[in-house]
Design a binder for this molecule. Structure first.
Ligand code: SF4
Ligand code: SF3
Length: 553
């Protein structure tokens, strides 16, 4: 088999919209890419045994948890550190052995012979990092392209990328103590399925929708984890200008990291700011109760090099999206959870944030208060459905003509101005719901109100797509129609694999007419796209004017 240096097309910014082959546009080098490919391969080996063991009534919590952590580590902009990937690979080997023993033990108890498994179950980790890289090159995506058509490989990747996205949410929920056995069972069964040498198109499409269903369950689990730990989101004004003093900036998605950092910084005089997808944290009662959670700083992840360099304090990346740190802030940025960058100090699972606090105290901090400006957040379904009567009345009275869900992941290309222009062009009698980091394209603009209801409602993080679904379902219930019959249009942006998971959830729910941009995934081949168009009428964004005219007639 021919070993290929690198091939990755799992995210939207993939080179030439075909694949990154020499170095990732994200900064992932071929060595790291090979180690990530090997980690996915090795995790399939763990899952094959774990799946069979579970069918015989045996499971191990640490094996279940490893599978989601390993997949999360391979999401775009999470782990760029070969040394940490090597550590995960060694764990994969141990957990695979543990899962095999569980399975074989269960077979022995029943007097049955265990199935003889091959492929990823037989992998043995090489002793040295360079050799692991060599092993990774042999199991990259291109190794499968030799035996399967481009369509089938693309569909396998659609399922895998969706599963990676779900893994990220499952890990956040597990961190807060929410896990479900049927969720882990589905992960293992799906990974087992992905090792089948000759899957069919229908089977793969079926699994893609099952991953969407799994993601809905996991987003619900994460909603319960977040609200169970920190209360339900409440509409909240968030300061977006700096306050004088020492400071820490927290980026990513992990509420537990922020909560613990807030606890450890109480009384230190350090102000804590959210960045990127942490913005909705200001709406949770048990987080906003800390007066030193003073505001939100900066925008979406792709502006971090400029924003982190200008931030006069310490920075904590709790999840994606990390970019290569500039020397300006290399010594005051930290990672936690599954995120890693070579040379960046990592805060372990015990969450001892003292090094972050020390770095914040050593940095100058903001010299002055800037004039106060605020934006509104906290419109999860609990808040929106709390004023459902008002919203329904406004629709019936013709004050609200249409709802738009405009959101998703952000990225660097200029084509993403579409989303700013689109929201600006939405007529005044329409409401806009938004979520995820794509909202930074327009969330500081003025949209006004309709009858006391803000025209722009920030539903939360990307996983709060769960809330958007609840809002849509409640509206459909109130108007006695299906979600597809509502005056509601979804105009989504995608970048990484969590967006793939959410898209699959929407398709699983039978939602049609989704507009997706800034461009369609490179792994969706034209024949597969035809199927998606046929079944779901999914379509690429055009221009804001054209799309608005089509939607509003
Ligand atoms: Fe390229 Fe995206 Fe893969 Fe990075 S994650 S190597 S940018 S396709
Ligand atoms: Fe953004 Fe990375 Fe996806 Fe949670 S922070 S949405 S891209």
């Amino acid at each position: 088999m021919q070993a290929v240096e690198m091939f990755c097309y799992q995210c939207e910014q993939t080179a030439r919209n075909t694949g990154c082959t020499e170095i990732g546009v994200c900064g992932k080098d071929p060595e790291t890419a090979a180690l990530q490919d090997l980690l996915v391969h090795a995790t399939k080996g763990v899952a094959k045994y774990a799946h069979r063991a579970r069918q015989l009534g045996k499971r191990a919590a640490e094996v279940d948890r490893f599978v989601i952590r390993a997949l999360f580590a391979t999401v775009t902009n999470v782990d760029f550190d070969p040394v940490r990937l090597e550590m995960h690979l060694q764990e994969a080997s141990r957990y695979r052995d543990q899962a095999r023993q569980l399975y074989e033990g269960a077979c022995r108890e029943r007097g049955e012979s265990p199935e003889r498994l091959n492929g990823p179950t037989t992998w043995q980790p090489a002793a040295r990092l360079e050799e692991l890289v060599g092993q990774g090159r042999l199991v990259s995506l291109t190794s499968r392209q030799n035996g399967l058509s481009e369509d089938l490989v693309g569909l396998q990747e659609l399922v895998l990328y969706g599963l990676k996205g779900v893994a990220a949410y499952a890990e956040h929920a597990a961190t807060l103590g929410r896990e479900r056995d049927d969720v882990y069972a589905c992960f293992h069964e799906c990974l087992d399925f992905l090792t089948q040498p000759k899957p069919g198109v229908d089977e793969l499409l079926g699994w893609a929708l099952r991953v969407g269903e799994l993601n809905l369950q996991v987003m619900e689990l994460l909603y319960e984890a977040n609200t169970g730990s920190y209360g339900k989101q409440q509409p909240t004004a968030v300061r977006i200008t700096p306050v004088k003093g020492k400071c820490i900036l927290v980026s990513g998605h992990d509420l537990a990291d922020l909560a613990e950092l807030l606890r450890q910084t109480e009384g230190t005089g350090i102000n804590v700011y959210t960045h990127g997808e942490m913005l909705p944290c200001h709406a949770y009662p048990e987080l906003k109760k800390y007066p030193h959670l003073v505001g939100n700083y900066g925008g979406a992840w792709q502006d971090q090099k400029r924003e982190f360099a200008a931030f006069p304090g310490a920075i904590l990346m709790t999840t994606n999206c990390i970019q290569k740190p500039k020397p300006d802030y290399q010594d005051r940025i930290f990672t936690s959870g599954l995120v890693a960058w070579p040379g960046v100090r990592h805060i372990g699972p015990e969450r001892d944030f003292r090094p972050v606090i020390e770095a914040a105290l050593a940095a100058p901090g903001f010299a002055e208060d800037e004039e106060e400006k605020t934006i509104l957040v906290g419109f999860g379904h609990d808040a929106v459905l709390g004023v459902a009567d008002k919203v329904i009345e406004a629709v019936k009275a013709g004050q609200i003509r249409h709802f738009f869900l405009v959101g998703g992941c952000d990225g660097a290309e200029s084509g993403r101005n579409y989303y700013t222009d689109f929201t600006q062009a939405v007529p005044d009698d329409c409401l806009i719901l938004t979520l995820a980091c794509g909202k930074y394209r327009f969330n500081k603009l003025e949209f006004g109100e309709i009858g006391g209801i803000p025209r722009l409602l920030d539903v939360g993080q990307c996983n709060d797509a769960y809330s958007a679904i609840k809002i849509a379902s409640a509206l459909a219930g109130a108007f006695d129609c299906g979600v597809n019959d509502l005056p509601l249009s979804m105009v989504l942006s995608w970048y990484e694999q969590k967006a793939v998971a959410i898209l699959l959830t929407l398709l699983h729910l039978g939602i049609r007419n989704i507009r997706l941009g800034p461009r369609l995934p490179a792994f969706v081949t034209p024949p597969v796209l035809d199927v998606l168009v046929d079944k779901f009428n999914i379509m690429p964004i055009k221009t804001p004017e054209e799309d608005l005219t089509t939607i509003l007639g």
